[in-house]
Design a protein around this ligand. Structure first.
Ligand code: URP
Ligand code: ZN
Ligand code: ZN
Length: 467
């Protein structure tokens, strides 16, 4: 039997099992996982990748990414070139971006626009969630989007000025539609009206001069997220629609989701992002505090602690990044007014290293849980579970090989991202991908990107929200 590539001598870690095994790859697929495969493959002239002393894991699936997003008066600076290279270098082999309609565009227009940004450029596989921003018009278009292979929709409770905001009527209706269509609704949960009120109370020259970027945290107490999650959960409960809370950042939100699960609701899920697990809002007081502005904002150490615990207990099912990169020049648009910060941070390149270093090495997560939260569950919940997120015969040969202890100091200047800063600058992280394979092809070798634009394929999906 012709084998193209064999990964030998590593520890293969799936969400349910860790074993010393070789991985044989034929074409784009995993052909066999087992002991002693290397010997026969070598004689057949297969390419041999030595993974001795390393973990061999399914490539990361980052389900929350914004590349080349027009937002906050500018366009996020990582596009499908730099963003997918960054992903590859971090061991991420699939990403899900958000196709967002602008002005009078239809949902199909939004998908066309995002497809044009990605196709022929992406170095790793990709697909999109589709934002429903104008309910009365877009509700008629959702079925067609599912037919196009995109069964995940997104609504934002904030961003009125961007024209993206969804009210309760739209969220309720979208959940009903998702139920009919076997689809899932992703929600950015923050209480808009109270948030507007708190922003208005503090939006004055004196406070901005004195507190600068700290006002971002001051105007978004935890109840802003918690109330919004609670409300979305109620609409999911009464409609039966599948709901996925994106970028959950608070202990309060985690408690709500735990209680929802305790009550037996199986249609509510929550992700958090790497930054909420390791960064806290004391950063806003620093000279570069505004660089860390994202929505929702990074919270307190107590929130980090609760989110890690929520991951361990499966209250939180996914870690993503919400990558939305802005350069220092773009961030400087804030000019001392926190409401004008282009919101978002780079993240794709450091997802696995952050979760491995601060999760696995600090014994907050097991190695299998790390794989589960960064690959297996993201794949399954987003409808990619039949081909991604597992190292098993028949699955796409998307693989990251990581050394268990080798530290790399984060330096934005040597990274693939377009960002000219990093929230983790100078941090020593373990878990960067030594070797990344995307559908059988080596795209990172010895920690360096060696893939190709256009290699990444669009991934159509049938359904979402099933675990
Ligand atoms: O600050 C963020 N998160 N920027 C991207 C848009 C969003 O809300 O996900
Ligand atoms: Zn959001
Ligand atoms: Zn986002």
């Amino acid at each position: 039997m012709k084998i193209d590539t064999i990964i030998t001598g590593g520890t293969v870690v799936n969400a349910d099992k860790s074993e010393k095994a070789d991985v044989a790859i034929r074409g784009e697929k995993i052909f066999q996982v087992g002991k002693g495969l290397a010997k026969s493959a070598k004689t057949n002239g297969a390419k041999v990748i030595d993974a001795k002393g390393c973990y061999v894991i399914p490539g990361g699936i980052d389900v929350h990414v914004h590349l080349a997003l027009p937002f906050c008066g500018t366009v996020s600076s990582d596009d499908y070139n730099s963003g997918t290279r960054a992903g590859a270098r971090g061991g991420v082999t699939t990403l899900i971006d958000f196709a967002i309609p602008y002005g009078e565009e239809s949902l199909q227009d939004a998908v066309d626009n995002w497809m044009a940004k990605a196709q022929g450029i992406a170095c790793i596989d990709f697909t999109f969630h589709v934002a429903v921003t104008k309910w009365d018009r877009h509700k008629h278009e959702m079925a067609g989007i599912v037919k196009r292979g995109l069964p995940t929709f997104k609504q934002f409770m904030i961003y009125e000025k961007e024209g993206w905001q969804a009210d309760d009527r739209a969220i309720f209706g979208a959940l009903e539609k998702c139920k009919q269509l076997d689809a899932m609704l992703l929600i950015h949960a923050e209480s808009s009206r109270v948030l507007d009120e708190l922003i208005e109370r503090h939006h004055n020259d004196e406070e901005m001069r004195r507190l600068g970027a700290q006002l971002h945290g001051i105007t978004r107490p935890n109840f802003i997220e918690a109330e919004a999650i609670q409300r979305a959960v109620k609409w999911a409960e009464v409609t039966g629609g599948r709901l996925y809370i994106v970028h959950m950042s608070t202990a309060d939100g985690t408690d709500i989701i735990r209680d929802v699960h305790k009550r037996g609701l199986k249609n509510v899920f929550a992700e958090t992002c790497a930054q909420y697990l390791v960064l806290d809002d004391s950063l806003f007081a620093g000279k570069d505090g505004h660089l860390y502005g994202c929505c929702p904002q990074i919270k307190k150490k107590s929130d980090q602690k609760r989110l890690w615990k929520g991951l361990k207990s499966d209250t939180v099912c996914v870690v993503s990044t919400d990558t939305c990169t802005f350069t220092r020049e773009q961030k400087a648009m804030w000019q001392g007014d926190w409401t004008k910060i282009p919101m978002g941070m780079p993240g794709l390149e450091t997802l696995l290293p952050i979760v491995y270093t601060h999760g696995v090495l600090k014994e907050r997560l097991s190695m299998k849980q790390f794989v589960d939260k960064c690959s297996t569950t993201p794949a399954r919940i987003m409808g990619l579970g039949d081909r991604k997120g597992v190292i098993k015969k028949g699955y796409d040969a998307d693989i990251a090989i990581i050394h268990p202890t080798k530290k790399i100091k984060v330096n934005h200047a040597t990274m693939e991202t377009n960002a000219d800063w990093s929230p983790y600058q100078g941090w020593n992280l373990v878990g960067f991908s030594r070797t990344t394979l995307s559908r059988g092809r080596v795209i990172v070798d010895n920690y360096k990107f060696c893939g190709e634009n256009g290699w990444g394929k669009f991934l159509p999906r049938k359904t979402a929200g099933h675990l």
